[in-house]
Write a protein that binds this ligand. Structure first.
Ligand SMILES: [Zn+2]
Length: 341
């Protein structure tokens, strides 16, 4: 794995003579985070600080060229093109999978129908004449946290981004663990219940369908049908479709019994899953990020206590469970982290 990564970087560098010394103060590395509805681009320095950012709409349902134009628009809005001239050293990109990080090809992500087996890295190299690295967003966020964020200083890092889905990444000895074809690290689709609800991926009982933001909202919705007295229903003004994981967190804080049930069940699922991860990987640290991490923040101790009774690892207490440093910018930072050794 490490060998493949380094050979990939070397081949990019060898293919392009415009790559400069990494220590040059004038060089710019851009990170691009592609999502279903928007593309975020940013300039990130060698310490992981985001110096500039720009967001453009992502045309994900049009043709491949329209999708590519969205990426160019996000970068163009960042710094005028003439200022790039001679200074742009590399571009890192991340996107939802499935994708092939070794070839830089977007395969068939459900959220990006514009691209099917699309050679995004090659198209970007053709346009900007610099090395381009592509990986999935979970891997990129994991690398940013390992390098510059909450996982800094630890050798082996497991990252879980809990939001509208659950993305994850495994960083071992400072390198993303890609597996045989680049498809490893899909922790969100590790199942804990073969008879559980069906996940978007087609499997049943994945942690994503049990504990992501929409899963928490769906859990609350099901309970409210039988408990209309819950505070949660008042919060939505009677519109069940408006329920969110944030509302569940607020209702819990106000003592709502139904919200408590939802939180307890979510913590049970997450803890059981993390205990499995610990038994399998025994990482040095677990970093929790993503949009739902704010709602989960008050419950980290409860998760730790539940992990203890769900794994055979003799010292799960020795593995810190911490909140991510990067919030919305995890993709931009991660994309730039991909470009560096
Ligand atoms: Zn799944």
């Amino acid at each position: 794995m490490a060998t493949k990564n380094s050979s990939r970087r070397q081949s990019h560098r060898a293919a392009n003579t415009r790559v400069r010394s990494k220590n040059s103060h004038s060089e710019i590395v851009i990170g691009v985070d592609i999502g279903a509805t928007k593309v975020a681009a940013g300039v990130v320095n060698a310490k992981g600080r985001i110096l500039q950012r720009n967001v453009a709409a992502m045309s994900s349902s049009g043709d491949a060229a329209a999708g590519f134009s969205s990426v160019i628009a996000a970068i163009s809005g960042l710094i005028p093109a003439e200022k790039f001239e001679g200074k742009l050293a590399a571009i890192g990109m991340c996107a939802p999978g499935p994708l092939d990080p070794k070839r830089g090809v977007i395969i068939n992500p459900p959220n990006l129908p514009c691209w099917r087996n699309y050679p995004l890295a090659a198209e970007m190299r053709r346009h900007y004449h610099v090395p381009v690295t592509l990986d999935n967003d979970g891997n990129a966020a994991a690398l940013a946290e390992a390098k510059w964020g909450a996982g800094r200083g630890y050798r082996n890092v497991f990252y879980a981004g809990i939001g509208t889905g659950i993305g994850s990444g495994i960083v071992l000895n400072g390198q993303i663990y890609h597996g045989r074809t680049g498809a490893a690290g899909e922790g969100g689709h590790v199942g804990i219940d073969p008879n559980g609800p069906k996940c978007n991926c087609g499997k049943r009982g994945c942690i994503e369908v049990l504990a992501s933001g929409p899963a928490i909202a769906a859990r609350a919705k099901r309970k409210l049908a039988e408990h209309p007295e819950s505070l949660l229903l008042k919060m939505t003004h009677g519109d069940l479709s408006a329920i969110s994981s944030e509302m569940v967190g607020k209702a819990f804080a106000d003592g709502d019994v139904i919200a408590r049930e939802v939180v307890e069940e979510t913590l049970d699922a997450l803890s059981y899953w993390l205990a499995n991860i610990i038994d399998l990987l025994e990482p040095d640290v677990i970093v929790i990020g993503g949009g739902v991490s704010t709602m989960l923040a008050p419950f980290l101790d409860q998760i730790r206590n539940r992990i203890k009774v769900s794994c055979i690892n003799p010292s799960p207490d020795g593995i810190p469970l911490v909140l991510a440093k990067y919030g919305e910018d995890s993709g931009i930072a991660g994309a730039v982290a991909l470009c560096e050794g």
